[in-house]
Design a protein around this ligand. Sequence first.
Ligand SMILES: NC(=O)c1ccc[n+]([C@@H]2O[C@H](COP(=O)([O-])OP(=O)(O)OC[C@H]3O[C@@H](n4cnc5c(N)ncnc54)[C@H](O)[C@@H]3O)[C@@H](O)[C@H]2O)c1
Length: 329
Amino acid sequence: MRRTALRRLTTTPRVRKVAVIGAGTLGQQVSFQAALSGFDVALLDTTEKRLTTAKQAHERFARLFVERGEKVRAWRVPAESSLSPQAALQRISYTTDVDEACGDSDLLSENVPEVPAVKTTVYAELHAAAPSHCIFTTNSSTLLPSDFAAATGRPERFLALHFANPIFDGNIGEVMGHASTDEAVFEQVVQFARDIHMVPIRIEKEQNGYICNSLLVPWLNSALWLVTSGVASPHDVDRTWMITMGAPKGPMQVIDVIGLETVRNVFAHWGEVMRDDAAGKQMLANAAFLDAKLEAGCAGIKTGDPSSDTAKGMYDYPGPAFMKDDFLG
Ligand SMILES: NC(=O)c1ccc[n+]([C@@H]2O[C@H](COP(=O)([O-])OP(=O)(O)OC[C@H]3O[C@@H](n4cnc5c(N)ncnc54)[C@H](O)[C@@H]3O)[C@@H](O)[C@H]2O)c1
């Protein structure tokens, strides 16, 4: 077994070109971080508008790097590796063409919505376009690689590399395979995580939500349920958590950072799966609440910057209540 894995490792090309599939909240960050770390990156989405938004996000990340790079975990690296945000911007290409994005890629990071049917369809397209050696990774928050292994057409080269948001500060890379993932491919993705300045976290057996979201999702579900069931206001839920735990953020702020649509997708899917359990019922109620918020134009802070964003979410931006001096009393 070990010998097979090593033999395969020697026939696996080094990762040079990375394709990032989906240019939303996470795809924007993963593509920038990979380019900053020296990889050539192609970013794929379905419309030019989405790609333009992603390009603007990349330019903002490059400015942030200059303004506060020293304080950001994934950017605070030894001087000799001198990361250049301007060089990173040059290394990213933007496309709506799946062949152009994947044709010469060695590794791809899938960042499309947390909806199983969407991911399944995307994998078939990607498999047709990508070379056979290309490693497929998913950044799914809560779904299992084994659920999509067949759809990728290359189960042994498919696994999860999951990031936290924002990946620059919360720089972990949770690496999780499924029963047929090649051991050498797993190790190659652990190394890739290191190469893009993430701290690799090995998930030893398949788990919906890895470590990070196994903790985060029930917390968000309980917190939002207090709001949707009328127990307390979003501000008071956050204040209670922040004051009692000494935490920098409350759960409603975290929902705005993740984006309401992604949180809604997680609750809608797992609410259906767990509909007979108390937690599942809460998830379905929370998903319906978030649907109404989304319909009212509250998507959360897509820029990741609460001081400059003009969005609405669980809070109104700019100048959200939690940034005011009297928020914690
Ligand atoms: N938001 C977070 O905090 C977070 C954190 C970690 C992981 N994730 C996971 O990352 C994935 C993406 O989440 P997100 O929050 O970035 O979502 P998002 O809605 O912000 O972005 C998804 C993007 O995928 C694009 N897309 C849809 N179909 C596509 C296709 N066929 N080809 C190319 N692009 C396509 C959409 O146009 C959109 O731009 C999900 O699986 C989510 O669970 C999210």
